[in-house]
Design a protein around this ligand. Structure first.
Ligand SMILES: [Zn+2]
Length: 251
């Protein structure tokens, strides 16, 4: 059974084809799909989707790029939405210094608050980190929790540190890109016991579908690549990753 721990299925690109996308994924063995919200609105949409389809679960949270000074920084809605049985994680949360540095401090504050909420609710976190490798690591180290570094993009050195702390690394379509040397090294060196698979759809479509809409069924291309790099059978990879999923998430 394959797992996709990170996708944004409420995106309008899926709107007209959602039944087919989900059916096709399930037919191809993707038996766990975590829809990740990026704010209150998309978290609600994710819960609605998950209550409509089997095998779908939800992460709720406030994404760093959605944080600005005008934003209502009250996070009490997370407690309310977390009552739904389909909610199994807090995400997508984290730090993103790529676009705008104005709110870096506020991003950190809200990231930490959401980790504390996750710990309180005994839920793992799904973490986004872009151009913020050191700050993300420092926070994940200081505020010990459990969870995934989604679409892992940092160094091998840092990957080893994360694994020491018990965190999982989310491996997505980037692994299939020809010039993605660092992430290939990470997959080679880090134990399969700490890897999870994800699409991050609609973004980061794996090769050979780059430029097209990303779909959960494409998880098989990421598994193929992990299998090639680690020189392990695809079925073994699939089973180990499913076990990792079960270790981290309580449905
Ligand atoms: Zn995402």
């Amino acid at each position: 059974m394959k797992v996709d721990t990170h996708i944004h299925l409420y995106d309008e690109k899926y709107e007209d084809i959602i039944d087919e996308v989900i059916k096709s994924a399930i037919d191809k063995g993707v038996k766990r799909i975590i829809v990740n919200g990026i704010d209150k609105n998309t978290s609600i949409k994710s819960i609605k989707l998950a209550n409509k389809y089997d095998y779908l679960y939800v992460a709720i949270g406030l994404h760093p790029s959605e944080i600005n000074s005008n934003e209502e920084n009250d996070l009490s809605w997370i407690y309310d939405l977390a009552k739904d049985d389909k909610v199994i994680a807090i995400g997508e949360i984290g730090l993103d210094y790529y676009w705008d540095k104005t709110y870096n401090d506020l991003q950190k504050e809200i990231f930490i608050k959401q980790i504390k909420i996750a710990n309180e609710l005994n839920l793992p976190v799904i973490v986004h980190s872009r151009d913020a490798h050191k700050d993300t690591f420092d926070i994940m180290k200081k505020y010990q929790t459990k969870g995934i570094l989604h679409c892992y993009q940092s160094s091998l050195e840092l990957a080893k540190e994360y694994v020491k702390l018990g965190y999982f690394l989310g491996i997505g379509g980037v692994l299939t890109f020809k010039n993605s040397k660092v992430i290939k090294d990470v997959v080679r060196e880090i134990s399969i016991d700490y890897l999870l698979t994800e699409t991050d759809g609609p973004y980061l479509t794996p090769s050979p579908f780059r430029g097209k809409l990303n779909r959960p069924e494409y998880i098989s291309y990421i598994i193929n690549e992990i299998s090639n790099i680690k020189n392990l059978d695809k079925d073994v990879i699939e089973e180990k990753i499913f076990n990792n999923y079960k270790r981290l998430f309580k449905e």
